[in-house]
Each structure stands twice: as C-alpha cells, then as structure tokens.
Design a protein around this ligand. Sequence first.
Ligand SMILES: C[S@@+](CC[C@H](N)C(=O)[O-])C[C@H]1O[C@@H](n2cnc3c(N)ncnc32)[C@H](O)[C@@H]1O
Length: 274
Amino acid sequence: MTTQPVHQAEPDSPHAGVFERAETVSDWDDDYYHPIAERLYDRQVARMLERLGVPPGGAVTDAGCGPGVHAIRAAKRGFRVEALDLSHTMLGEAERRAVDAGVGEKITFEQADLTSLSIPDASRRHVFSWGVVIHIPDAEAALDNLARIVAPGGRLALHLTNSAAIDHTLEGWGRSVLRRPLEIEQRELGPGAWYEMNDERLWVWRFNLDAVAAFLARRGLTLRHRWTAECSEVQRRIKGPARSGLLLANNAAAAVRVPAAWSATNLLVFERTA
Ligand SMILES: C[S@@+](CC[C@H](N)C(=O)[O-])C[C@H]1O[C@@H](n2cnc3c(N)ncnc32)[C@H](O)[C@@H]1O
C-alpha cells in the first residue's frame, strides 16, 4: 500500500464539527493517551488483532482511525493498514504520526463516512473500529456498513461503550450532586446523550451490547469474543496522582479479566458466519 498525500483540514467541509477541531485531537490525547494507559492499549490492540485472526503481514481496516494511534500499533506489528476516517483533521494528524513512527508506508489513509461507505460488499477480512460507532448518532447505518464489507469467515472488532457499566451510576451521582443533569435519550441500541465539546455537539452512545450483538446477528455476524477494554473511564475527569492510581487500577482490572458486563468499554469480535 502507498501513502496518500497529507490531508488538510477543510473548515468548510460538510462534515466539519467536533471531529475537525484541532483542540479535539489534543483533548483526546490528554484524556486517553496517558503513558500508563498506553500500556493497556498495547496489550488490548495485540489481543484484538490476534482475535481478528490477521495473518502475518496481512491487511486490516481501521474504520475511524482518529489520530492513528491504533493503526500505528497494527502497522508496527507488521500489518498493512487501511485507515479510514470522516475527519480530514484526524487523517492529517494520523498520517503525520505514522510517518514520525516510521510506518507511513504501511498505512493508507482515506476520508470515509461509515454511514455511507462505498467499499464493496464482503471485500474485507479483518476490520476494527475503536471508539467510533459510539459517536455516530445513526449507529445502525454505520453497523450495517461495517457488517456489509466483512467477507464470509472474516471478522469485525468493535470497541464500544457499555450501558450496564458502573461508571454510568457514578456519573449520575456526580451530576446530581453538581446539579448538572444529562438529557439521556433511550434508543433501540441503548441510551445516548449529546455532550458539549469545543463549542460543538458530540453524541455519545451507552450501548446495550446485547442489542448490538442481536442487530449484527441479523446481518450474519456471530459474536465470538467479548472482554473488558477499559474497566472505568472516570480517570479522564481527574488530574494528578489520583489519576495515575486509577489508570493502574484500570490496567490491573483488564489483566485480571474483570467481567465485561461491568466495564465502561468492551471489545467485541464478530465473525461472518452467514
Ligand atoms: C474517539 S475518536 C477514536 C479514534 C481512534 N479510533 C482512537 O481510538 O484513537 C472517534 C473518531 O471517529 C471518527 N468518526 C466519527 N464519525 C464518523 C463517521 N461517520 N465515519 C467515519 N469516522 C467517523 C472521528 O472523526 C474520530 O476520529
């Protein structure tokens, strides 16, 4: 695969929004990519790729690559990566980081909207989408497309939020103490809410993961694996040593395999069986 020219942010793009803001890249770096958390992601991405069954040197699609952190992890493990994202800002950042990490030649970058993907049916064997569908209000359309492109025997890994997580109870308590209630919408795939981020709106699903699995089963995908990704995401709201402590606890919780049903985010691997 060859590397496409560096993407430029397009402020007038019809997709401009929270994902096109440069501040969103740095905010998510601060929220998620603490050095302690990186150790957890190294292990989780390795496990995900193994369960996707990507053969040595094989190709994998990262559907919603953001700033490219997991695409780069996959490329460093020797895989060729097709990295897709809605946002030109994210793609530009991902390409810059891939070049800096010395894996620019292993990753292609392409602007794509998962809700209207033009990739042919059954044309990909290994696809992952990490923390992406959770921000797509029309998740049904995105899941339809992700399922559609997976070939028979191929696999799809999703990193998703979990409506049953203990985190949501804690957030509810915190918000009632601070008198900042959240307007939660109940939908077929679970509850969700609009948050404000960088003067834009950001939709966040709290998926009912049984409903997601049933939705994908109706499209021929069978759930093969489900495990805890992050036990809690509360640490994102905290600074200093307490944050490091919570991050270490998160890593430990994943290592001892805390039940996925309690955890803030889960990894699920599906196989096309029909
Ligand atoms: C929270 S980030 C996750 C990025 C990356 N997977 C990671 O874990 O670092 C969500 C990403 O989804 C992308 N995204 C949102 N809606 C999308 C859509 N409809 N199609 C493709 N990508 C989308 C955003 O641009 C953003 O890069």
